[in-house]
Design a protein around this ligand. Structure first.
Ligand code: MTE
Ligand code: MO
Length: 438
């Protein structure tokens, strides 16, 4: 598949240069530039970009981004982001290729983007006027805090917390599960700073019947309909009251990137990141399982396994929570060449939802034999762990390196795609890369 220079069609429209491409501060196309894009991305441009003729071009929906690009290394430029792969533009979704997750903590420019609705305008996200309401039927004294009050009244904490979209890996399910076709890169881990959810909720008083919290953000519904809520998910009160559950304003020592939820977001590491509400304006304490938008109908899996392709009634679906053990090889990048006789130092990340990673093994013979890697300790609960190993190859040729992590309860990643489910969640199968030994 050809990788052409970034010059035409969508590429130009997504250039990081706002003057050239009429982008707003998020690097999104304005209506003006979108119209321009549709004109520019003529069939000829599209073919030049994918590198060959498109036999069924007449069936292609207008504005469709060729999957060849979504799955390539072609840089996608939302302003302030770098090297992400583009999954969709309405809503804006982008993932990080594994080799760009090699930093100990994911820098802001490499943090994936997952939106259900329309990203708010910067003018709606002013930290100076931002307020957070704590209310709900199980809140004793509903209170509205300004961001400044939150910062002043409560102790600040910083934790490294990994966020992974529950749909990460969805693209591998057969038959295809509907939704964003994520490869492996809807995951990031970095140091979040904020106040503890529990400190803030306790200050307002939690009734004894509290079982759940729910969040509300300010992002508008994808339809633009102001009456529709985009997403309002939450977590059991037990998860919300953990030390590491934060209402955060900073990521890696700076303001959270606007597209990742500034000026304030919930961060509850280890769980489907759908519970970590962005642009959070209100947190409700509930006396029942939160019934906000997308608490049912999505972000759920069959309570017991089903055959591929089965239609599962809503009553038999269970809400996503802590995610299963998983790992990535972040160095080297898949497809490299290495010399026979030279040791290859490989490394990556592993994580296990609410649990920790106990061990990780690598294989170069398609899983026949495994070698233990060194797995580092977590800096704190709910952070991913670094791993590394040295590999020697017996002769020249094509190899795959496979990595398989095991969690603290002795559960390992499956080698093949795990149980199919209607919305394509929880694919924690092993990551593999290609290596040519020359
Ligand atoms: N307000 C709001 N919060 C949200 C979402 C959203 O669309 N709106 N998406 C959720 C989902 S599904 C994920 S995976 C994470 C993604 O966070 P990120 O965009 O910072 O990577 O945010 C969660 N919080
Ligand atoms: Mo997600």
């Amino acid at each position: 598949m050809a990788k052409k220079p970034i010059e035409m069609g969508i590429f130009e429209a997504y250039s990081a240069d706002p003057i050239k491409a009429d982008l707003d501060i998020f690097g999104r196309q304005t209506d003006e530039s979108r119209r321009g894009f549709l004109k520019k991305s003529s069939l000829i441009a599209m073919m030049a970009v994918v590198g060959s003729n498109i036999p069924f071009a007449s069936n292609m929906p207008g504005g469709l981004i060729p999957a060849a690009l979504a799955n390539s290394d072609t840089p996608f430029s939302v302003l302030g982001k770098d090297g992400l792969n583009y999954i969709g533009d309405k809503p804006i979704n982008a993932e990080t290729p594994p080799h760009f997750l090699d930093d100990d903590f994911t820098p802001p420019n490499r943090f994936f983007i997952r939106n259900n609705g329309l990203v708010p305008e910067a003018s709606e996200l002013d930290p100076k006027t931002w307020t957070l309401e704590i209310s709900g039927e199980s809140c004793l004294n509903p209170t509205v805090f300004t961001l400044a009050e939150l910062k002043k009244k409560f102790k600040h904490y910083t934790y490294a917390l990994q966020l992974e979209c529950g749909g990460n890996g969805r693209s591998e399910f057969v038959p295809q599960a509907k939704g964003n076709q994520w490869n492996q890169g809807a995951i990031a881990c970095g140091r979040w700073t904020g106040v503890r959810v529990k400190d803030v909720l306790n200050a307002c008083g939690i009734k004894e019947d509290a079982v759940y919290i729910g969040y509300y953000g300010v992002d508008k519904h994808i339809s633009g309909d102001p009456k529709k809520v985009t997403i309002s998910r939450g977590a059991p009160i037990k998860k919300a009251l953990e030390d590491e559950s934060l209402i955060a304003w900073a990521y890696e020592g700076a303001d959270i990137p606007l597209i990742n939820g500034a000026p304030l977001r919930l961060v509850m590491g280890g769980w489907s990141a759908s519970v970590s509400g962005k642009w959070v304006k209100k947190i409700v304490v509930r006396n029942k399982v939160h019934d906000g938008e997308k608490m049912s109908g999505s972000y759920n899996v069959p309570c017991s396994p089903v055959a591929a392709g089965t239609k599962v009634p809503e009553a038999d679906m269970c809400i996503l929570g802590s995610l299963p053990v998983k790992s990535l090889i972040t160095f080297p990048k898949s497809g490299i060449e290495t010399k026979l006789g030279e040791k290859l130092a490989i490394r990556g990340k592993a994580w296990a939802g609410d649990l920790s990673v106990k061990s990780l093994e690598v294989s170069i013979d398609f899983g026949a034999t495994w070698k233990k890697a060194i797995v580092e300790k977590q800096p704190n609960r709910l952070a991913w762990q670094k791993w590394s190993a040295n590999i020697e190859f017996p002769k020249k040729g094509y190899y795959e390196i496979w990595a398989k992590a095991t969690d603290s309860k002795d559960v390992s990643q499956p080698m093949i795609i795990p149980g199919w489910n209607p919305h394509g969640y929880l694919n924690n199968s092993t990551h593999r890369i290609a290596v040519q030994v020359v």
